[in-house]
Design a binder for this molecule. Sequence first.
Ligand code: ADP
Length: 353
Amino acid sequence: MTTIDLVRVSKAYPGSKTPAVSDISFQVKEGEVLALLGPSGSGKTTLLRLIAGLEKPDAGTLFLEEREMCRPGHFVPPENRAIGMVFQDYALFPHLTVAKNVSFGLMRLSKSAQDKKVKEILSIVELSTFRDRYPHELSGGQQQRVALARALAPDPIVVLLDEPFSNLDPDMRNQMRADVSEILQKTGRTAVLVTHDHEEAFAMADKIVLLNEGRLEQQGTPEAVYHTPVNPFVADFVGQADFISGVVEQDRIETVIGALQNNSKFPSGTEVSVMIRPDDIDLVPNPAGTATVWGRQFRGSENLYTLRLSSGEIVHSSQHSLDVYPNQVKVDIRLKLTHTVVFEKMALNRPSS
Ligand code: ADP
């Protein structure tokens, strides 16, 4: 079943010349986690607020579980959309205990049904022993789990998470991503996550909708968006990407690091830019090699090498953390590419010195 069906939605804020979001369509199936990913100001929060019913679209429509939420003369308000929200700042009631915060949205149930639900949901978020504590007596991560429990308790059809980990320190953030994914899986809830962090989207989402300046650039699985970006913006936004020049020769693309398979529709003779990710190439030291080690960033689990090719172009290669080569060492490049991503030729990627 399709839980969210957004159809050609546009929205401009009053007084603004450019739309905050423009002609956006996507679907989220029951139990899926969708990440709305993009830089600041790309329209992520606006889409979340449109789904919640906190904003009205100027054009297009939205179906939640096949019920239309908005069209001219018809608008279902937020309280009738069966949506749970989790905010950046948790927004817990400071004067209420954990149990009371969680039961807040359950007023229509009998007291015993409320107690049963609170017990069940606190067990899922592993906070049963904290039920009588107040928010200020909890860590940031625990407060976030209470916020999630409160959003889940009324059995919403979808949970909306607005940059939910941005107030946590980096160690806690990783743990919370895993915890929240597990809780969403256990409860089978459909969720929409807003984030500007591609690693967060990759770690948590079944599907990504990537936005830029209010437009939808690409939607698909994290793997598809990473390995087969549709344009250089997407390629660059979801990970380290270098671009080297090449020329199409029928089923091959000739480049300075060798001939690559041509998956593109560009005709022979076209000058193109080929995307290279750090995991696409290996290096082997060789005094007769044509590439040069230009720098190394130690990243703990890997070394990220900057390599200068004979053409002057720069590429990066991730290597094992124990494989250390000094600057200026000559190397051969070994390609690990299984699929070549090619764009129209763009400005060359050269070092500044
Ligand atoms: P994101 O969540 O990706 O940072 P937003 O959806 O918040 O992006 O914003 C999209 C665009 O809409 C931005 O240009 C932003 O300045 C504008 N915007 C957001 N909220 C309002 C508002 N209440 N009034 C006017 N402009 C807004």
